[in-house]
Design a protein around this ligand. Structure first.
Ligand code: FA5
Length: 348
């Protein structure tokens, strides 16, 4: 038994020498990994030597065990040191082969931005929010009844010619031509409370596409209903809005007009700086630019929304943010808005 233990002790000594000698000639990381498997893998030699502890006679087991563990520690330490050295050599070699210039400027991160249409909508929301208006969204696919009839345009009313639309395959279901049908939705939901909302959203018209007209465009509708709402409130609200958006020095002009759902109806113009080189072209020589249609809500529409015209009155307005943006930024073709040309969009 003593002989076996002694032999095993000398095996440990030769195992250590052999392992260290092989480690010394490992040239790179893969070679080191192979060495590690040979000695420390599941069937590795060091692992086997440790497993052998149990088979050593009791009186020698302690000495053998201590020696086996010392060899294990020594080899582990030697392996880790050699591995760290190999990694550092590999890193240095790659840095020398592909030098890294830390003084080079970084690659700029491409930053996105909001579409110009979104920017102007947010500007409009914020101006009206300051005046106590809520944003109310309604559907883009509407019934003929909502888009026309309840807004005081029965079938065959000549005013329908102003708003030719897209029809769906379901009779009486159309794409809305303006945000005004939203007025009926709001009134029916809010009745009998007072109302102060804006209704933004996409509208659709079946008309020739030109530099000023698209078949798809945004509108922002406004609706105020209360018990003593007058034309003075309409004029004050719109003037405050126009000056916030275009500049405090702007003059605002109200012209009489016609919409079936308002009475009286008006159109709103702002003056255009005469020193602007585009002034003549934009204003057709008049010095004034139209920004929206508006008026006092027609009694028929109030009634259709559930409000008694003897008790309630209100005003409404509707504007086209694309046309307004064209004025603000001297954009000469409305088709740019949905054309997805980054050269155009990046300017804003
Ligand atoms: C209307 O649509 C009315 N519903 C506005 C209104 C609301 C009046 C409430 C009174 C009370 P109009 O058809 O003029 O009106 O359109 C309003 C705005 O939408 C226009 O001034 C214009 O800025 C914009 N717009 C109309 N058609 C187009 C189009 N094809 N392309 C781009 N913008 C358009």
């Amino acid at each position: 038994m003593v002989g076996l233990a002694r032999k095993t002790m000398s095996d440990l000594a030769s195992l250590e020498q052999r392992a260290l000698a092989e480690l010394a000639v490992c040239a790179d990381e893969p070679a080191l990994r192979a060495w590690n498997t040979k000695y420390f893998g599941d069937k590795g030699e060091v692992v086997a030597a440790l497993k052998a502890i149990g088979a050593i006679p009791k009186e020698e087991r302690k000495t053998y065990g201590q020696e086996a563990n010392r060899v294990k520690e020594a080899l582990t330490k030697a392996f880790e040191g050699t591995l760290a050295g190999a990694k550092e050599r590999a890193l240095n070699a790659s840095l020398t082969a592909n030098p890294l210039d830390v003084t080079l400027p970084g690659r700029p991160v491409q930053r996105g931005r909001l579409h110009i249409a979104t920017q102007i909508m947010r500007q409009i929301y914020s101006i009206f929010a300051d005046m106590g208006f809520q944003v109310y969204r309604t559907r883009e696919v509407e019934s003929d009844e909502m888009n026309f009839e309840l807004l005081n345009m029965p079938p065959h009313h000549p005013a329908r010619d102003m708003w030719d639309t897209f029809h769906t395959t379901t009779p009486g279901v159309i794409l809305r031509t303006h945000t005004s049908p939203g007025q009926i939705h709001v009134m029916r939901e809010f009745h009998p409370n007072p109302i102060r909302v804006i209704l933004p959203g996409m509208c659709y018209r079946y008309e020739a596409i030109t530099t000023r007209s698209e078949i798809q465009f945004q509108q922002v509708e406004g609706l105020v209903i209360g018990q003593h709402v007058t034309m003075a409130d309409l004029k004050g609200t719109i003037t405050a809005f126009a000056r916030r958006l275009f500049g405090q020095e702007r003059q605002v002009r109200f012209r009489s007009s016609y919409f079936p759902f308002t009475e009286p109806s008006i159109e709103v113009d702002i003056d255009w700086p005469r020193d602007d080189p585009n002034a003549d072209r934009l204003t057709k020589g008049t010095g004034w630019l139209e920004i929206m249609g508006a008026g006092m809500v027609h009694p028929v529409v109030l009634r259709n929304g559930g409000y008694d015209p003897a008790e309630y009155s209100g005003f409404a307005f509707g504007m086209g943010p694309q046309r307004i943006t064209m004025l603000k930024h001297a954009i000469d073709d409305i088709r740019q808005f949905w054309g997805n040309d980054l050269r155009f969009l990046r300017q804003f």
